[in-house]
Design a binder for this molecule. Structure first.
Ligand code: F3S
Length: 391
């Protein structure tokens, strides 16, 4: 039985708004399913289900209905990527009808008081919950980063449950909010050197498939940048269903159950994973930034393409805030001169890439490599940036 506070009961009884009542019903139902005893306050929410491509007309109408029922978020809440760059959608050749629907979705979220950050990497724009902080985030890669790299606590919410938590300011206490579930059930021993972001993508892709829903604990990784960790977590969340991982001497938490099975991952496994992800074709477009690129990644790419022009066009997907910072620092100039675009608010997977004339797309992300074939009808050229940009 889940116990509600007076305020939570008022929400459930419809004393705040119909939307709050409907949202609390979702949270109570979730709590009952997972055996939560109470609700806990959250400090932020991140809502997925933003692209018209993924939620369609039914999703748009659901959001508009919630607005009519008085939905207002009461904790800082921000959005996952949308289906287009909201300022440059015409340059991206996004169909007009799609753009109109996308704008209505963003307007509905804005009316609920949600920040139109449109990024899957909010931690690169200063949204960094602290160790032990309870949050309700929905984007699987951001969930992985928040739990594993920041030590914050979130379950892998769906779009509607994250939105319900944002409207009520609480989430049921179960799963990764509790100490006993923040533990690895399988060990992964790394016996090779991981040099590039693509190496971390290939590792995540292979390990996700092997561990499926078990949380892994890695040993043998000597160093990893936040950019590499975001790709590792995103890839494992895509090919498996991993919401948290631990790396010895790197992540803030490292908890492993006793006597767990161990997977060994060496040079051979790394090469096999890269090989499986790569069609070996020359990409028509290289897309970088899955999850969204940091300012450091954009700086590195600007340097790389100034020294040598890539052999195909490329996009760097990022948040609007990081794009503005990149422009302020002048990184956009060498990138544009080399046939690149910094694309904000969206990404290669949630924009209608398949209607834009592309069929072979390059990526260094295990997550994009997993979704591009099914969601965007693309063949994937997978590899390090030096490989895919100059293939
Ligand atoms: Fe982000 Fe799109 Fe990848 S939402 S994690 S860039 S598939």
């Amino acid at each position: 039985m889940i116990e509600l506070s007076q305020e939570e009961q008022k929400m459930l009884d419809g004393e705040i708004s119909k939307a709050a009542s409907q949202s609390m019903e979702i949270l109570v139902a979730l709590g009952r399913i997972y055996g939560a005893k109470r609700m806990i306050p959250i400090t932020s929410a991140q809502v997925s289900g933003v692209s018209y491509k993924t939620i369609g007309q039914a999703g748009l109408e659901y959001l508009q209905d919630l607005v009519e029922k008085g939905a207002k978020t009461i904790v800082p809440t921000f959005l996952n990527p949308a289906g287009m760059d909201s300022e440059q959608w015409r340059e991206m050749k996004i169909p007009e009808d799609f753009a109109k629907k996308q704008i209505k979705i963003l307007d509905a979220y804005a009316k609920m008081g949600i920040m139109k950050t449109c990024t899957c990497a909010p931690y690169f724009i200063g949204i960094r919950p602290k160790l032990g902080e309870h949050i309700a985030w929905a984007e699987s890669s951001a969930v992985s980063f928040a739990n594993s790299v920041l030590g914050a606590r979130t379950n892998r919410e769906g779009g509607p449950s994250a939105l319900a938590a944002a409207i009520c300011g609480v989430t049921p206490e179960y799963g990764l909010h509790l100490d006993e579930n923040r533990i690895a059930k399988i060990a992964v021993k790394i016996e090779c050197e991981l040099k590039t972001t693509a190496d971390f993508g290939a590792l995540g892709s292979a390990v996700g498939k092997l561990v499926k829903r078990k949380n892994p604990a890695f040993t043998g990784i000597k160093t990893a940048s936040e950019e590499q960790l975001k790709v590792l977590g995103a890839s494992m969340a895509a090919t498996g269903s991993v919401p948290i991982y631990f790396i010895k001497n790197i992540t803030p938490e490292y908890n492993v159950e006793e006597n767990v099975d161990e997977i060994v991952f060496g040079e051979k496994e790394l090469e096999e994973s890269k090989d499986q992800l790569d069609s070996k074709e020359k990409p028509q477009l290289v897309t970088i930034g899955c999850p969204h690129a940091s300012i450091k990644e954009i700086e590195d790419i600007a340097q790389m393409v100034s020294a040598k022009r890539p052999t195909c066009d490329f996009w760097i997907c990022t948040s609007r805030k990081i794009k503005e910072l990149a422009i302020e620092r002048g990184y956009n100039k060498p990138i544009e001169a080399a046939g690149g675009k910094i694309v904000a608010d969206t990404c290669m997977v949630v924009c209608p890439l398949e209607s834009m004339g592309f069929s072979i797309t390059g990526t260094n992300s295990g997550k994009a490599a997993k979704y591009l074939p099914n969601l965007c009808k693309q063949k994937v050229a997978f590899g390090d940036l030096e490989d895919i940009l100059y293939r």
